[in-house]
Design a protein around this ligand. Structure first.
Ligand code: NAP
Length: 440
């Protein structure tokens, strides 16, 4: 069982109580459904092992309990009693999970594909298959897989559609496998399916030291003579230069448009824009004739841990608006990309197969920035919020071992402070919950 971080029971851990309410909100219903699925997993009544299988299985999950700062993500223990998987599903014992920028957005209520809280976070992970539905023939118990789901990967046990799992090649660690699907599929589809990257072209990659940025840099290098302009905080320039960025630019102290024009007066062929707002306008301005801008994010909306309405308004106000006539007159293309809205399972599989080939040829390799245990999710998210990560931040479901705990006095004092904050937050949550129950 869990240590000090274990949360007080929440409505999510008490499905009976949730069911008593008239109309559970859709997100709560989805969560309940997921719990029920998991809860049916130890079925087999009538078999000799039935009594043993009736024992509840407990598993830890990182649950977004409301919108706001990192304190809204709680490590909860869920339990299940009985089980069966729906057609096409597998149960994965999760070993590592990827943190994506989308979770920073989701935490603030800015990611439209994430159901409302309470909801278990996490869109990708890796692990070992623990059970398969009867109709699943191409996956078996014991397979090492990477997996993607709309949410719900940040838990020790996750039910996933089998066609959203992909075998992990020999030699690839669980951490690498958790880092690969979203970042590399996003970069691959944009560069090769949309922008049709060819030898001799130039690409502007923003957030070049981040998960997608490093994936895009590595993929650009699979094509001959591609020039890469990459924006990133100055402290990361050495790493991204070694990784293949031709011209690293510190966007925090310099105007990247001026810097690019100094090197390439005509501009660039492809701009990957995860920022939005005025940066989309700048990107469009930087395109050479016949160039393509791909908008795939709105990181400019995020300025800190909590939602910033001013930043959102500014990003929206400064967004690029133009008509198709103007596009024709400028000979430029604009594209939008969102992996979450791709529903073509074959496209996922084909892309993953190509990526795994590139991995096995040594042409791509996820760059792991850091690994945090579930208990440390706030530190993991803070690292990304504070723009410190180079590559992928990974979350590990395995509980943190006591010997891994920091020993210095300063760290011990910091931990004590954190524990005290956690206790007071827990009290606040319990009070809020009590109020809610009383209202109902
Ligand atoms: N549309 C899609 O399907 C899709 C899929 C995946 C990701 N994305 C988008 O791609 C972008 C990168 O995602 P990722 O998961 O790979 O994250 P990431 O790049 O690892 O994000 C963190 C890094 O981004 C930079 N950054 C720029 N603006 C920031 C801000 N407002 N707050 C915090 N950091 C900021 C920081 O590095 P520097 O200061 O060094 O630049 C930071 O270290 C995001 O905009 C994300 O929404 C879109």
């Amino acid at each position: 069982m869990m240590s000090g971080e274990e949360e007080a029971p929440t409505p999510q851990q008490e499905p009976e109580q949730v069911k008593k309410t008239d109309e559970p909100p859709p997100a709560a219903a989805a969560e309940e459904e997921e719990e029920e699925k998991l809860a049916k997993l130890a079925s087999g009544s009538g078999s000799p092992a039935a009594a043993e299988e009736e024992k509840p299985i407990t598993y830890r999950a990182l649950v977004l309990t409301g919108y706001g700062g990192c304190d809204k993500i709680k490590l909860q223990v869920k339990s299940m009693k009985k089980a069966s998987l729906k057609a096409g599903e597998v149960l994965v014992r999760v070993k590592a999970c990827g943190l994506n920028f989308a979770e920073l957005l989701g935490k603030q209520g800015l990611y439209e594909l994430l159901p409302a809280p309470p909801v278990t976070l996490g869109m990708e992970g890796s692990g070992v298959i623990e059970a398969v539905a009867e109709d699943v023939t191409d996956r078996k118990v014991g397979d090492r897989v990477m997996a993607m789901n709309r949410h719900g990967m940040w838990q020790e046990l996750a039910v996933v559609p089998a066609n959203r799992t992909f075998p992990i090649p020999d030699g690839m660690s669980f951490e690498e496998a958790a880092a690969l699907p979203i970042n590399y599929m996003t970069a691959y589809m944009m560069l090769f399916e949309m922008a049709n990257l060819r030898p001799g072209k130039s690409v502007l990659i923003h957030m070049a030291a981040g998960g997608v940025g490093i994936a895009a840099t590595q993929l650009c290098q699979t094509v001959k003579d591609v020039t890469i302009f990459g924006t990133a905080s100055a402290s990361k320039h050495e790493t991204i230069s070694q990784g293949g960025v031709t011209h690293p630019i510190d966007y925090r102290t310099k105007d990247y448009v001026t810097e690019i024009r100094k090197i390439s007066p005509k501009g660039v062929d492809i701009v990957l824009d995860p920022l939005g707002g005025s940066d989309t306008q700048k990107g469009f301005g930087l395109l050479k004739p016949l160039g393509m801008l791909i908008v795939f994010g709105a990181a400019n909306c995020v300025t800190g841990q909590k939602k910033n309405l001013l930043a959102m308004a500014k990003t929206w106000y400064n967004q690029l608006t133009l008509n198709t006539l103007k596009l024709m007159q400028t000979n430029k293309a604009i594209s939008g990309f969102h992996l979450g809205y791709i529903r073509d399972e074959e496209l996922f599989e084909e892309t993953l197969v190509k990526l795994l080939e590139l991995y096995q040829q040594g042409k791509i390799k996820p760059h792991i920035d850091s690994c945090y245990h579930f208990e440390e999710v706030a530190d993991a998210m803070k690292r990304m919020h504070d723009r410190q990560n180079i590559g992928k931040v990974i979350l590990l479901p395995e509980p943190k071992k006591s010997e891994e705990k920091p020993e210095s006095n300063a760290e011990a004092a910091e931990n004590l402070e954190k524990a005290e904050t956690a206790v007071s937050e827990k009290k606040e949550d319990a009070a809020e919950e009590k109020e809610l129950k009383e209202e109902n």
